[in-house]
Design a protein around this ligand. Structure first.
Ligand code: GTP
Ligand code: MG
Length: 183
């Protein structure tokens, strides 16, 4: 019975439902590559993002407005201009960039202190798993100190944007969590 009703409500929730997701992370992590792999299913040649890219993805009956913001140091202060009404943040990490994991951790925790993101779910992609020497998801999780996150749904998924691996697995988890929290 419960399943029947949750199935029906799940479908109702999806009708005309629009949500906003932000793709954040340090420069070069793979955010733009992920956005277009999700949208078009192919690897595009990217340039560092100055400003943002935004695309609407239709995913499981839901319209996702996905905002991909530039991650360079000088642009990061502008991330906050995009926080309002954000259902979730996807934080992308270059798992081979060990020297900057601390910077990634600090940016992540600073961002999550913002009131406007207090209800947003968090998905971390431990990206570039196709590269030799990439840290696994549990090592990235440790380096980012994800266990310290309280009162927030979060998950970390190993991904390779150029191979298209891990992306839909991560997005599936995120959409399920958003549905549960918003129903
Ligand atoms: N090997 C490998 N390279 C990747 C992967 N994802 C992205 N890249 C490469 O990493 C570089 C940077 O990717 P972008 O998607 O432009 O990075 P970004 O996070 O959007 O960077 P900014 O726009 O500067 O914030 C590009 O050369 C991508 O092809 C991946 O999973 N594996
Ligand atoms: Mg970019």
């Amino acid at each position: 019975m419960g399943n029947v009703f949750s199935g029906i409500f799940g479908k109702l929730w999806g009708v005309n439902k629009e949500i906003r997701i932000l793709l954040l992370g340090l420069d070069g992590a793979g955010k733009t590559t992920i956005l277009y792999m999700l949208q078009m299913g192919e690897v595009i040649k990217t340039k560092p993002t100055i400003g943002f890219n935004v695309e609407t993805l239709k995913y499981k009956n839901i319209s996702i407005n996905m905002w991909d913001l530039g991650g360079q140091t000088s642009i990061r202060p502008y991330w906050r201009c995009y926080y309002a009404d954000t259902a979730a943040v996807i934080f992308v990490v270059d798992s081979t960039d060990k020297e900057r994991l601390e910077t990634a951790r600090d940016e992540l925790h600073t961002m999550l202190k913002e009131e406007e993101l207090s209800d947003s779910a968090l998905l971390v992609f431990a990206n570039k798993q196709d590269q030799a020497g990439a840290l696994g998801a549990s090592e990235v999780s440790k380096a980012l100190n994800l266990v310290a996150l309280k009162d927030r749904s979060w998950s970390i998924v190993a991904s390779s944007a150029i191979k298209g691996e891990g992306l839909t697995e991560g997005l599936d988890w995120l959409i399920d969590v958003i549905k549960e929290e918003q129903m």
